[in-house]
Design a binder for this molecule. Sequence first.
Ligand SMILES: Cc1cc2nc3c(=O)[nH]c(=O)nc-3n(C[C@H](O)[C@H](O)[C@H](O)COP(=O)(O)O)c2cc1C
Length: 175
Amino acid sequence: MNKIGLFYAPAKGSTEKIAKIIAEKIGKDKVDLILVDENTDIDTFKPYDKLILGISTVGRENWDTQYKKVGWDFFLPKLDNANFTNKTVALFGLGNHILYADYFVDAMGELGQKIIEKGGKLVGTVDKSNYEFNHSKAIINNNFMGLPLDEDTQEELTEERINNWLENIKKELDF
Ligand SMILES: Cc1cc2nc3c(=O)[nH]c(=O)nc-3n(C[C@H](O)[C@H](O)[C@H](O)COP(=O)(O)O)c2cc1C
């Protein structure tokens, strides 16, 4: 299949908003936009050799015992059995660089690390010097593994950040 699979979660917030903007910018005919939920499994990814994955960092499952799993919470454990060899993957992550400067877009890092372990090729890394933060699990070789976006405090930078990133991944994701 030649379409890009754009998988994202959670629904209804900034991640979904950005997923729709990215799909629109690439061209809806070239992208399948898919919400990750409890029914998403490895087979859902299989038809796509080009992927864009969107995730926000909230981490409530770490401290809220009442928390019910959503989106990527279901899928991340399933990734242990996945094979991403021959898949080209670009990541975007929602976070808040002021309130969570020590954990900035950590979930994008956790997802990215799994993709690398499972043989996927990550594209669309982003220069960290354009961001202010203390620590992030999403740093690899001194760059972000994907595109960090902060809709909470830097909404005005989002459009330009997306445009630059799409320009960078255009060739590798072939759109
Ligand atoms: C309870 C909570 C915890 C959060 N933890 C982090 C965090 O550890 N790192 C970070 O960069 N952003 C964190 N954020 C900011 C969110 O990632 C940000 O608001 C994002 O836009 C949410 O996207 P969503 O609406 O699609 O879930 C947190 C937000 C909330 C509400």
